[in-house]
Write a protein that binds this ligand. Sequence first.
Ligand code: ADP
Ligand code: MG
Length: 479
Amino acid sequence: MTFEDLGLSPALLSAIADAGYEKPTPIQEGAIPVALTGRDVLGIAQTGTGKTASFTLPMIERLSRGRARARMPRSLVLAPTRELAAQVADNVKLYAKNHKLNMALLIGGVSFEPQKKILDQGADILIATPGRLLDHFERGGLLLTGVDILVIDEADRMLDMGFIPDIERILKLLPPRRQTLFFSATMPSEIKHLVDTFLRDPERVEVTRPAQTAETITQYILRVSDNQARTKREALRAAINRDGVKNGIIFCNRKRDVDIVARSLQRHGFSAAPIHGDLDQSQRTKTLAEFKSGELRLLVASDVAARGLDIPAVSHVFNVDIPRNADDYVHRIGRTGRAGHKGEAVTLVSSEDSKALAKVVKLIGKEPEELKLSEDTQAAPAQDAAPQTEQSEDKPKSRRRSRSRNKAEAESPAAEPAKAEAASESVSETEAAPRKGRSSRNERSQRQDKKERPDRHERDLSPVGFGDHVPEFLLRPAL
Ligand code: ADP
Ligand code: MG
C-alpha cells in the first residue's frame, strides 16, 4: 500500500515524500483512511511504529478546509510530556508545510506570550500537555468549544503519570460532537474505561507486537553477585566496556538512581548524562540533542522520560534494574535493533530481581541468554561492596551519599513519610501484596511515579523567556 492509496491530498503527499517516507506503516495504513472519514479511532501500536503521522496526517487533511476563530482552536492534541508534545509539533510542521495552518504549543519551559498571540489570532492546531492546558484554560483566553478533533497521544503514559483525572476534566470541556483519535501502546483497564466512556463507536486499529521483541535484538542477562547498587554499577561498566558497544541507553527504575548511575559513569570517564522528569527543560532538550548527534554516548533514563522519545537507533540497551512493569521491558529494548540494525540488550539481574525476571520471561516467551564476562571485566565480588574494603569505585563524597541512600531504602516503609515514599518505590509486588491484595496498576504507577510528573512539576515554574533551549520552530509565530 502507498500513501496515495490512503486518500491524502497532493499537498500532503508531497510533504510526506519530502520527509522521505516511502510507504505507510501498518498503524498508518489502518488509522488514516478511517480518521479521514471523521470517525473516532482507537489506535494501539508499540512505540516507534509511526503513530504520530497516523493522527497528524488525517488531522491536517480535515483541517485544510475552514478557518480558525479567535481563541477557539479547531483541534487539540494532548501529549503526556513536553518532549512528546514538542515532537508532535515538529511532525505537524513537517507534514503541514504546504498548508496554511496555525499551530500553538502550550508546554512548560516555553514562553507563553507568542503562543497566546497565535491562539488569539485563531489556532487550527493546539498541542499541549494536560496540566498546562488546564492552567491556561482556567486563566481564560481559551475556549475549547470549537474543538472538532481531539487527539490523545500516548494514553498509557498519561495513566502512568497520573493524568487521567486531568484528561477527564478536559474531555468534559470539549463539545460532544467531535472526532476523537486515541493512541496508546498498551490498553490497561483504566484506559479501556476512558475509551468506553469518551469515544463514540471507535474503529479499533491494533498492530500487534512483532513477535514481542524484534529478532534483531540479542537479549542477555548479566547476573550480579549481590544486591548492592555499587555492584550493579560495576557490572554495568564491565558490560559497557565490551566490544561493539557504540552507544546506549541505560534504564533505571528510579529517578534518583538515574542521577547516581549517570554521575558514577561520568566519574569513570564515560560520556554519559541523565534524563528524567525532574531535570529542567533546557537540560533535557540539550541532553537529547547531544545524544542524537552522537556527541553523548550514553543516555541514562527513567521509563517516563524515555517513553515515546524519537531516539535514533542505539547499539545497546542496558537495564540496571528490571522494570516493574514487564511491558516496559519490551519498550526499553525496542530502543535498539531498529530498522533491521542489530542490537543488544543487557539486563543486570540480582537475586532480588528474580520475580521481575520471571514476569519478563513470561511476557517475551523466552529466557534471555546469560552473558559471561571475561575474568578481568567481571562484576566485583561481594566483599568489595563492604565499607571497609571499598576501593576506587566512587569518590568519597558520593560514596557516602549512595551508601546513605541504600540505608534509606532498607528501612521499613513505616518510617517517616519521605523515607516511606522512597522505600515504597523499592517494595516488590509480593511484599506489597499481603497488605492490600494486588494493588491496581494505576495505584502502583501513581505511587511509583508520584514524584515523576513533569507536567505537575512544570506548573510550578514560572514561564521562562526564550533561551537557547527553545526549539527553533517555536520562534516562528505560525507555520
Ligand atoms: P510512535 O509515536 O508510534 O512511537 P513516531 O510517530 O514517533 O512513532 O515515529 C517513529 C519514527 O518513524 C519517526 O522518526 C518518524 O519520522 C518515522 N516514521 C513515521 N512514519 C514513517 C513512514 N511511513 N516511513 C518511514 N518513517 C516513518
Ligand atoms: Mg508517539
